[in-house]
Design a protein around this ligand. Structure first.
Ligand SMILES: *Cc1c(COP(=O)(O)O)cnc(C)c1O
Length: 374
């Protein structure tokens, strides 16, 4: 029988072994997705503790069994309003949202077309659904069109075609050509799902993501995201027409067969969404964009991609780990990202910025990266 020791030794050999590092408060954190610093926002903490007094610690069952707390309903109506949809449904995590939604929407005979760099949760949901999976090279519109054409040729009147993309890609920080993708979906009568895990909080006039920034909220069938990143709390959501949400309530196994997240978590998330949309949220975004600009200038990176994720490309896993360790010894947490999170030979440091960083921290990071790369 295959021994776990051998599997781990192989990973070690390839510089692909992972372990969970301890949190070290002394390190300057360039690893989290807390883009606005909301993970430590006192108003959100207060919403959380107030809700514990009202609703208790845990939800104790699936909402279909126990009834739903008003906190979950409020979170969902807040999200639906923010996204400009009729309804929304919340999940325990973004991961379980992806899996629940894709397995509800798709079955054998359907086709799901994904960008090559889509998140593992989207790939896993697509695989579990039993639908035919097609993949287009990252942001490659001609190939997406080819796949839509060949799918349309084979489609029956009963089958669904779904295109899935992230808005801001989690490991590269670049944006999908959302307008062009949504036009193609319209032309081929395909459904469109957009994962805004890294767009929420940072893009758009009220921070609702790339779709809001581009004025495309109405053109997207399924708005997916997480409440654990810029919102600073935890959980996942899907905003869509009511009829689709009704279907997910009936079909999404990660919703039906899972204890609902604590009501207080939902209350805290609703408060986080309100803050993201408020004047305060706009000010935090402004500070974040200043920080992004400072790092781009210091590293002489192109200005155009708009996100808080800045990859520092290395190539080999071993070298990425080494540089990450050097930075750690200098007091900075910058994670090395390796296969299978990114393609082989594209190991990198993934720098994430936050409104909570100050300019001197960013300058120090930039200086070290430049010194070590010569
Ligand atoms: C983090 C992430 C998810 C999963 O969300 P969680 O709430 O962390 O489970 C889904 N999609 C993308 C693109 C992500 O980066």
């Amino acid at each position: 029988m295959r021994k776990p020791e051998d599997e781990l030794a192989q990973l070690q050999q390839a510089s692909l072994l992972r372990s969970i590092p301890d949190e070290e408060a002394s390190l300057i954190n360039f690893a989290s997705n807390d883009y606005l610093g909301l993970a430590r926002h006192p108003g959100i903490a207060e919403a959380w503790t107030d809700a514990i007094q009202r609703y208790g610690n845990g939800s104790t069952a699936s909402r279909l069994i126990c009834g739903t707390s008003p906190a979950h309903r409020e979170l969902e109506s807040t999200l639906a309003e923010a996204k400009g949809t009729e309804a929304a449904i919340s999940f325990a995590t973004g991961y379980s949202t992806s899996v629940g939604i894709l397995t509800s929407l798709l079955q054998k005979g359907d086709t799901v077309i994904l960008d090559k760099l889509c998140h593992a949760s989207l790939i896993d949901g697509a695989r579990m659904s039993g639908a035919t999976i097609r993949v287009f090279p990252h942001n490659h519109l001609p190939k997406l069109r080819t796949l839509l054409t060949s799918t349309a040729d084979k489609a029956s009147s009963d089958s669904r075609t779904l295109v899935v993309t992230e808005s801001i890609f989690s490991m590269d920080g670049d944006a999908a050509p959302l307008k062009e993708i949504s036009d193609l979906c319209k032309e081929y009568q395909a459904l469109l799902m957009v994962d805004e895990a890294h767009g929420l909080g940072i893009l758009g006039p009220t921070g609702m993501g790339l779709a809001e920034k581009l004025g495309l909220q109405g053109a997207i069938d399924f708005h997916m995201g997480t409440l654990g990143k810029a919102a600073g709390v935890g959980g996942g959501y899907l905003a869509a027409k009511q009829i689709w949400v009704d279907l997910f309530i009936n079909r999404a196994r990660s919703f039906i067969y899972s204890t609902a997240p604590p009501p207080a978590q939902a209350a805290a998330s609703a408060e986080a969404i309100r803050i993201i949309r408020s004047q305060e949220g706009a000010q935090l975004r402004q500070r974040l964009w200043q920080n992004i600009s400072t790092l781009q200038d210091a590293l002489q990176l192109p200005k155009q991609p708009g996100s808080a994720i800045i990859p520092w490309m290395i190539g080999e896993s071993k070298e990425a780990l080494q540089l990450s360790k050097i930075l750690r010894d200098l007091g900075m947490r910058v994670p090395a990202i390796r296969y299978p999170t990114v393609p082989r030979k594209t190991a990198r440091l993934r720098i994430t910025l936050s409104a909570a960083h100050n300019p001197s921290e960013i300058s120090e990071l930039a200086k070290t990266l430049i010194d070590r790369s010569q």
